[in-house]
Design a protein around this ligand. Structure first.
Ligand SMILES: Nc1ncnc2c1ncn2[C@@H]1O[C@H](COP(=O)(O)OP(=O)(O)OP(=O)(O)O)[C@@H](O)[C@H]1O
Ligand SMILES: [Mg+2]
Length: 214
């Protein structure tokens, strides 16, 4: 399965120039890809286009599965964001189980899946804590567990460690890269070279254009 942005241009209303100018990116299931570039270069926009949240003004975004009828980008992607978007008055387990429930499994199965994913990110012992009682790094690990519980093949992470200190960043990245295996691809927009170093591939974006790989 591939997620493909082909010659994508994005113009936001009110801006004179396009934010993406003919960007072509292909991500294969199982890959880890870092998107690097200066602030305002279009990283978040590229992720939003890949995830089907922003419609390109020109070019196409599609999912390709060996020529068969393919799902839409919104059906195959899930998000890890810099801002914490969890239910703060719910437990870690509830926050992860909700993603598994969208797959149509029973409540009991969803909680078993959630416990397993929380264990994988080192939070099994905190599974019954309210999200508002967790540290920033712990919440980010809950969000990683939730992304994995959704079983979407493409994880779009927009500066997932942007608000964390160095030590916590390392813990969160360990959890993220251990959890992402060949079943899912990770596409991570970041300013952090340590994130990029852990990815198999780097996409550089400058002024809305993809520049050749290093
Ligand atoms: N919804 C929007 N409407 C209008 N302009 C937008 C919108 N979203 C982003 N932009 C503009 O598009 C450009 C690219 O923004 P984008 O968020 O993709 O950059 P980025 O590379 O992710 O930057 P950063 O590193 O600061 O997160 C910026 O000039 C931004 O102001
Ligand atoms: Mg951004």
């Amino acid at each position: 399965m591939r997620l493909l942005a082909d010659a994508v241009e994005v113009r936001y209303r009110g801006l004179a120039d396009p934010v993406l100018r003919g960007a072509t990116v292909e991500v294969v299931r199982g890959e880890t890809v870092a998107v690097l570039g200066p602030s305002g270069s279009g990283k978040s926009t590229l992720l939003a286009v890949l995830g089907g949240l922003v419609r390109p003004t020109n070019g196409t975004v599609r999912v390709d599965i060996d020529g068969s009828a393919a799902p839409r980008p919104t059906d195959v992607t899930t998000w890890i964001l810099q801002t914490t978007n969890v239910f703060s008055e719910r437990t870690a387990l509830d926050n992860v189980a909700v993603a598994a429930l969208t797959l149509g499994v029973s409540l009991r199965e969803a909680y078993l899946v959630a416990a397993r994913h929380l264990a994988a990110v080192g939070l099994f012992d905190r599974r019954n804590s309210l999200a508002r009682h967790l540290s920033g790094g712990e919440v980010q690990r809950v969000v990683i567990a939730r992304a994995l519980a959704s079983r979407r093949p493409f994880i779009l992470a927009d500066e997932p460690t942007g608000q964390l200190d160095h030590a916590t960043t390392c813990v969160v990245l360990d959890a993220l890269f251990e959890a992402v295996d060949e079943s899912a691809a990770l596409i991570v927009a970041t300013h952090d070279p340590t994130v990029a170093e852990r990815c198999e591939r780097v996409v550089h974006i400058v002024d809305g254009r993809i520049v050749p790989e290093r």
